[in-house]
Design a protein around this ligand. Sequence first.
Ligand code: SF4
Length: 103
Amino acid sequence: MADSHGAPFNEVDETADKVFCANCIHCKLLRTPMGNGNQYYLRVRCDAGRWRKKLGEEKYYKYFTVARRSVDNCDDYIPMGDAREYIKELKKTLPIKDEIYSL
Ligand code: SF4
């Protein structure tokens, strides 16, 4: 079944009413060294300090998951542009797993 625009009724617009952290100025990419220091992983952090583990320690997420990071609302959210377009383009360029990079 589809609506008047041809979209199925049960198709959910996953960008509606969500704050995507990847589109926020506080979402920062960082390198986490591994091994002898010539290689690293990519991680993301919220430099507004909103990503926390249960005991209060700061939580980092793997870069390839960044498009999935969203919150219902956030007082510190500062968008960097149109979230819908940005997330769509970002998903095309993200790695599909946690990759190791070399210097
Ligand atoms: S400030 Fe809020 S919206 Fe921005 S990255 Fe942190 S948790 Fe996400």
